[in-house]
Write a protein of this length. Structure first.
Length: 73
């Protein structure tokens, strides 16, 4: 399984736009410099009152399909 690690800092207001559907995709840069685009919905379990902040590992299968996400810190 492939994975990528990203540091995210998304304000509550920004995530609200994602949740409401005006934006459905998050664009981020991994800690090793790769660009990644993924569905905003995978972040819902990590939303706090202040938004989403932390380091996350996103796992993909061999066809680059999302498998899982976990918060590392």
């Amino acid at each position: 399984m492939k994975n990528i690690i990203v540091n995210l800092s998304i304000s509550a207001e920004e995530f609200q736009r994602l949740y409401e559907g005006s934006a459905k995709t998050v664009f981020a840069r991994s800690i090793d410099g790769r660009s990644i685009r993924f569905p905003a919905g995978i972040l819902r379990p990590f939303v706090l009152h202040s938004g989403i902040r932390g380091t996350f590992q996103i796992d993909f299968d061999e066809d680059n399909r999302f498998q899982s996400i976990q918060r590392l810190g």
